[in-house]
Design a protein around this ligand. Structure first.
Ligand code: THU
Length: 150
């Protein structure tokens, strides 16, 4: 039997987004400037809007022991898991510090974002941000079909 996996996403100009989403993107861009990425020279910023309206952000941090570095998204999600209590993530914005290209999360981050979405029983909207446009996915699970589940 053949089965097909598909989902709808939106590609939009940043200028056409709501003020809420543009504010979140600004926070992700500000966070990207705090990246410590001397080895890859690729800074990433992530910002999450929680269901109480607050915004938390993080950036990628690299280490002299290369695999010990960590992506912006996972730093943010693990910190929230430890500190945000019962608050849920509504929207997560991801941007690079450099270049115009849309920044998409790596596979490991997709797994962890989907884990978080499952745990909080609430979809996490993902904004994958470039300089001029953004791709919006309405739930993180769409980005990682057949993900691992215990
Ligand atoms: N990086 C992130 O912060 N998020 C991703 O989803 C992909 C990659 C970081 C890790 C590393 O510090 C640099 O970008 C280059 O891979």
């Amino acid at each position: 039997m053949d089965e097909t996996y598909s989902f709808t996403y939106h590609r939009m100009a940043i200028g056409s987004l709501s003020e809420c989403d543009r504010e979140l993107i600004e926070q992700a861009r500000t966070a990207a400037r705090t990246a410590y990425a001397p080895y890859s020279r690729f800074g990433v910023g992530a910002a999450a809007r929680l269901d109480d309206g607050s915004i938390l952000s993080a950036s990628n941090q690299e280490s002299e022991v290369l695999p010990s570095g960590m992506c912006a998204e996972r730093i943010l999600l693990y910190w929230l898991q430890a500190n945000a209590g019962p608050r849920k993530i509504e929207t997560l914005a991801i941007t690079a510090a450099q270049g115009d290209a849309i920044c998409t999360p790596c596979a490991a981050c997709r797994q962890v974002i989907a884990d978080t979405e499952k745990r909080q029983h609430h979809p996490i909207r993902i904004l994958m941000v470039g300089t001029h446009e953004v791709i919006i996915v309405e739930q993180a699970g769409h980005l990682i079909p057949f993900r691992f589940e215990l």
